[in-house]
Design a protein around this ligand. Structure first.
Ligand code: AHR
Length: 332
């Protein structure tokens, strides 16, 4: 069984010894560094967030940074992710990085990775496994807290507009069922509904985090129901789709409109719309995990055990306080 980290620690020591012998003889030798082989199973390319995440990962795990990256895009299908991981095991990579489409269904394949002695790092969404030793660590967002940020904003917004306590009709556009981002953001809304009997969810649409799906679902929904106060959309791309459908139906939205839009991710285009007052509030979900994953691998290479769960700090942007400067500073 391969012991993680051992080979990489051993080789540099041997190399140093060889170099000192050569130096003592007054000769020099070309220094060869071994690349760390990483297999990265990305769940898909469903959103602007995901594209930014892939860019961050591939840039950080580049050859110049000492990595050989085996990248696989699973096109939003868990079975493709399982195939990719099995392929990485065959390839005897040093590390497997997994951005899982959903929380369940990983036990068997991760058992195989463990059997092969390959450490697994989970990024973005989480996995649900009985044996927590099946993966080394996770880095990503606190999705429940993102939802709570959105709800706190909505409560304050209603208060500010003297609408607290009034009936509120919410259209909920959900991300991929069973994904941590969906579970956390949905839980925050459902929890708020229990606290606010005057709030009502008038529809739950499975938008799968894509603009096209959300557009179609909202367009069809609006054919029979147009009395909507709030759209709670679990990512920016689904908000874009919803906004297009609202426009086509002749419904106004945003700061000066009838429908309040709450969105998640805060990618550049969404913040531009927020600045223009078309999205009322946008909760940040940070996709720049590449350097974080690279740092976790370096820790393991140095024989350290990283923290099991690594949360990223995030904020909320709102139309009435967002500035041009904040938008310019946006990296994704
Ligand atoms: O898991 C993070 C979510 O996945 C982002 O909110 C969404 O845009 C992406 O597809």
């Amino acid at each position: 069984m391969k012991k993680p980290g051992m080979i990489h620690l051993f080789l540099p020591v041997m190399l140093l010894m060889a170099l000192s012998v050569l130096a003592a003889c007054g000769k020099t030798a070309p220094v060869e560094t071994r690349l760390i082989r990483v297999g990265f199973s990305q769940l898909g390319s469903e959103s602007d967030w995901r594209l930014a995440n892939t860019r961050s990962m591939t840039a950080a795990l580049s050859e110049e940074n000492g990595f050989e990256l085996l990248f696989d895009n699973a096109k939003q299908r868990q079975e493709n992710q399982l195939l990719a991981i099995r392929n990485f095991i065959q390839e005897e990579v040093d590390y497997i990085v997994l951005a899982p489409i959903m929380e369940s269904g990983w036990e068997d394949v991760l058992q195989e990775a463990k059997g092969a002695g390959i450490p697994v790092i989970i990024v973005d969404r989480q996995i649900s496994v009985e044996d927590e030793d099946l993966y080394s660590c996770w880095v990503g967002s606190d999705f429940r807290e993102e939802g709570e940020l959105a709800i706190r904003w909505l409560e304050a917004f209603l208060q500010q507009h003297s609408r607290a306590g009034e009936p509120l009709r919410i259209l909920h556009i959900q991300g991929t069922e069973g994904a941590t981002a969906q579970i956390g953001r949905t839980a925050a809304l459902e929890h708020a509904i229990r606290r606010h009997p005057e709030w009502e969810i008038i529809g739950v649409l499975p938008g799968e985090y894509t603009e096209a799906k959300s557009y179609e679902l909202v367009r069809d929904f609006l054919k029979t129901e147009q009395d909507i106060d709030v759209i709670y959309s679990e990512n920016d791309n689904m908000s874009f789709g919803a906004m297009q459908a609202l426009e086509e139906a002749g419904l106004s939205y945003g700061s000066d409109g009838c429908v309040t839009i709450i969105s998640f991710d805060a990618v550049h285009d969404a913040l531009q719309l927020c600045l223009e007052g078309k999205i009322n509030a946008c909760v940040e979900c940070n996709p720049l995990h590449g350097p974080r994953v690279s740092a976790l691998i370096q820790q393991m290479e140095n024989g350290k055990t990283p923290e099991k769960r690594n949360y990223v700090e995030e904020t909320l942007f709102q139309a009435d306080t967002l500035t041009e400067e904040q938008l310019r500073e946006r990296e994704y």
